[in-house]
Design a protein around this ligand. Structure first.
Ligand code: PMP
Length: 453
């Protein structure tokens, strides 16, 4: 079956039945408020009326190898012809999920050698906590269930993963919040006050230690952290933060979970960022997005041998499972995606091109509206401010991020607004000329919006 090309008006009529994610659903009812993306190729997407745009956010920081790769499409089709679906429930498995689990064990740092597959980052994070609850119950510690997360975090949209997300995201709209305690956001520029970065790091470490003392280590199963906070506004912690946090957690027998849903698979120049960039070996790494470059939905919760040994010990079942865990088509997509990344040395290339991207975008700080350009490699946030000295923000109703994103889109670049922050997380196949083009569009768009405020 092929799907006939419809007019934009006809698609929008049908789309009245679709509930968008993270959207002002009321505002979307207005004429022209939705963008229909109909086609994609390489680093570009096309709207239904043919406007070509640079995909400055790689879908949702996921299409790392770029759109429309024949090799991916063929691998998925070949897999479906051989085995369209079978589960990894009970005693069943299949060759593609098995091969992928071995490959991920090879790529992941330390003794992270066992993989639980899911189909989204939210599910990967939920699964990690369920696995640790199971682990602690098996170890005779039924109260060791709570999770330490951070303000500024984004871990997903199921009840538990949203509870671990920064409170501002859910506005209390989650059922699992009693399980989670939020530590301070590790954002020196916004939260550090007069402290140096080193002093701020001490304050963050103290916050962790005091929180553990207050809640009781015997009640805490895990600390969860994105190596760089993404959807909370692209916040990189002070140098040495992750290692310091991990050491405190280790001392209290609290597992360290790295949410590498965004940072893995090349975005920061490595297959996994935890060890290579941040000098930490987590007990669990969760990933999704770049695992398949978005060609199929898939996530992986990769756990240490020690955790695996406990949950696979005698006496008792592992009562956790999703129908599509390790789906053959998704596993085929992931294996092919990894093969492409290895063959084309994409993570290694990002160490150069991503560094260039970061450097170019940091140059936008010379525009008065820009308060901070932050992040690393192909994961960048630009925060706009009303006053650079006081760091005062424009009121939310000014929608400064949205205005800049619209000004970018008009010029052929998709960027993602998030309050006063604009996020750029393009495909990892950018060359310097494309990066220059992105920087040029951003400069024009920001300057135009600044002039109109
Ligand atoms: N963790 C992080 C760090 C994320 O950025 C996201 C999604 N943006 C998620 C988890 C949730 O992933 P998903 O949307 O696939 O459920």
């Amino acid at each position: 079956m092929t799907f006939a090309r419809a007019s934009t008006a006809a698609i929008l009529d049908q789309d009245a039945h679709l509930i968008q994610s993270f959207a002002d659903l009321n505002a979307l009812k207005a004429q022209g408020a939705r963008t229909v993306i109909s086609r994609a190729e390489g680093a570009y997407v096309y709207d239904n009326d043919g406007q070509k745009m640079i995909d400055g956010i790689a879908g949702l920081w996921c299409v790392n190898i770029g759109h429309g790769r024949r090799e991916m499409i063929e691998a998925i089709a070949n897999q479906l012809q051989t085995l369209d679906y079978y589960s990894t429930f009970y005693n069943f498995t299949h060759p593609t999920a098995a091969a992928l689990s071995q490959k991920l064990a090879e790529l992941a740092p330390g003794d992270l050698n066992a993989v639980y597959f899911g189909n989204s980052g939210s599910v990967a994070n939920d699964s990690a906590i369920r696995i640790l609850h199971h682990y602690n119950i098996r170890k005779g510690r039924p109260n060791k269930l709570k999770v330490l997360s951070r303000h500024g975090a984004y871990h997903g949209s199921t009840h538990l993963s949203m509870a671990m997300t920064t409170p501002g995201y859910s506005e209390g709209w989650t059922a699992a919040s009693e399980l989670v305690h939020h530590l301070r956001a590790p954002h020196h520029w916004r939260e550090g006050g007069e402290m140096t970065e080193a002093e701020f790091l001490d304050a963050l470490a103290l916050d962790l230690s005091q929180s553990i003392d207050r809640i009781g280590a015997e009640n805490i199963c895990a600390f969860i952290a994105e190596p760089i906070q993404g959807a909370g506004g692209v916040i990189a912690a002070p140098q040495g933060y992750h290692r310091r946090m991990q050491e405190i957690c280790r001392a209290h027998d609290i597992k360290y979970i790295a949410d590498e849903v965004v940072t893995a698979f090349g975005r920061l120049g490595h297959f996994f960022a935890s060890e290579a960039v941040f000098d930490t070996t987590p007990d669990i790494i969760n990933t999704a997005k770049g695992l398949t470059s978005g060609y199929q939905p898939m996530s992986a919760t990769i756990v240490s041998d020690e955790i695996h040994d406990v949950i696979s010990g005698p006496d008792g079942m592992f009562l956790h499972g999703m129908t599509y865990s390790g789906h053959p088509a998704a596993a085929a997509a992931a294996l092919t995606n990894i093969a492409i990344m290895e063959r084309e040395a994409i993570p290694e290339r990002v160490r150069t091109t991503g560094a260039y991207f970061e450097r170019k975008l940091r140059g936008l700080s010379d525009i008065e509206l820009v308060g901070e350009v932050r992040g690393s490699h192909f994961m960048i946030g630009i925060e706009f401010v009303k006053d650079r000295t006081t760091k005062e923000s424009h009121p939310a109703e000014v929608e400064v991020g949205l205005k800049v994103a619209r000004a970018c889109q008009k010029r052929g670049l998709i960027a993602r607004p998030l309050g006063n922050v604009l996020i750029l997380s393009p495909t990892l196949i950018m060359d310097e000329a494309m990066i220059d083009e992105i920087e040029g569009i951003l400069r024009e768009a920001i300057t135009e919006v600044a002039a109109g405020l």
